[in-house]
Design a protein around this ligand. Sequence first.
Ligand code: HMH
Length: 219
Amino acid sequence: MDGKGTVATWKDKHRRMYDQATRHPFIMSIRDGAVDYSAFKRWLGQDYIFVRQFIPFTASVIIKSCKHSDEESDMQVLLSGISSLNDEISWFKTQAQNWDVHLHSLVPLQANLNYCRYLERLMEQEVDYSVAITAFWAIEAVYQESFAQCLESSARTPMELIETCQRWGNAGFGDYCVSLQRIADRCLENASSDVLSKAEEAFICVLQHEVNFWNMSSG
Ligand code: HMH
């Protein structure tokens, strides 16, 4: 071992795609203050739909963790994730009201449907815990890295978007992502070559869905 975990190795190997997902023009437009507010509102509504589907996915990862990991601390990390999703749903409802986005009449757009369908596939029983936790980490890490950039001292993020950026860009969420990465690394260390290649594929797939999701939001 070179001391680097599998996840970090894949981040390097797929750096171009990783950067496309975390430095998308939509995020950069928030960071430099040039954001198109109709795009922001579109993102807000669509992400609410996504997060609702992300909850059962999180639950499915918890179930896999119970069945396939004897590491009790995984449960603690995953439970903190699901409890913050409870908060997140309320947050979306408040934000939607503030931004005049009508959640009840929202129609999921194609990229969102595709992403949600992918989550459904990952929820299947046959999908290995190592694969699911890798995808789970990637989904959270992309948002964490994306929004954290909007909070850097050189960022010119509009004041009314700071709260959104803090939701995923805050230090606590960063620690949570590091915990997820550690779980993924530990699982992958003992994985078969078949599971390893499926997990790497899941990582790439998440990145592509994230890029498509940002593209959809920007219009
Ligand atoms: C599309 N990816 C998308 N939405 C989110 N809320 C997250 C990741 C992080 O939970």
